[in-house]
Design a protein around this ligand. Sequence first.
Ligand code: NAG
Length: 340
Amino acid sequence: MDQSKYVTLLDLMVLAVCAFYIYLEELVTFLMPRPGKSLDGEIILITGTANGLGKEICKQLIKSKAKLVLWDISEDDNKRTAQDLRDSGAAFVYEDTVDVADRNQVIVAATKVRRHVGNVTILVNNAGIAVMQQFLELTTTSVDQTFRTNVLAHFWTLKEFLPYMLVRNAGHIVTICSTMGQMAMRGPTPYYSTKHAVHGMIECLKDELAHLEYKCEIKFTTVYPFPTITPFLDPSYVATRVIEGICGETEYLYIPETFRIYLAGKFFLPTKLHRLFVDFFVEHSHYSATFRRPCIRNEQPSDDLERTVDIQGKETKVDHVQNLFNSVTTEMIHTTPMER
Ligand SMILES: *[C@@H]1O[C@H](CO)[C@@H](O)[C@H](O)[C@H]1NC(C)=O
């Protein structure tokens, strides 16, 4: 008989004691905050450093005496960031041109970092793109590109640097997500979707690492800023909070912190009321004007007879590949029982 299926009174008591202990611990940390960790001697890799938040984080890290590794796809702008940092007295700056969406480029660049700088101790996954298109306006290439840069890149960089952190059982993964990874409204749908994906990915990974055969000491900070596509949040303010979050090892960093109220409340609201609040917010905030107007539907359903697909580099009418689809389906049906 499988014992684990039954919850005994003792199990519940243990759970209650643990819950009490956790609250007590939280209270103590709240009353006596630990001093933040020093970043002296850390090797910090930041992606997307050519401009925006990534560049701002670098600028504010100069005082920390950490070694800074700057990755960006835009070579010239990234070199300029690196030079600015050196001119301002940064102790150590190493920059490289990397498209983090491309797994091979990440592998090559990561090897170079290990050779020339050392093992990355803090990884700041910041690079991201936002195409200002709502769902009905989407082009397919923008969906593809947004997911590759905003989601897959997190897998590729973590695959490169996490194993080394696991060997030392130390390190820090910082993920720039968005409040839109935990709420949803009209806006750049692919961008917001990637933020949900990244939030979920990090949550899964953390739980996996929490159940290794030893206690995993790798820290995680996920940052949820309100989208800076509006003049709502100043990147330099966000950068300051991110660095505080790294030093303080904050697990969930919401900017603004009041976003927690929304998270705590949203499941208790009737769905209609929730929508009403979101609409109220969109209408009365600095939320991008682009998304306050009605969406433009610029695509008509396509004429099936005219549609083409790319088959091995050749434009082929969908009608003409019907046989191909048929044979694939039959093959799948035939092979499935054998694999069981
Ligand atoms: C990086 O980590 C690996 C694995 O722990 C180790 O063998 C190597 O010596 C480290 N490199 C440096 C420069 O510390």
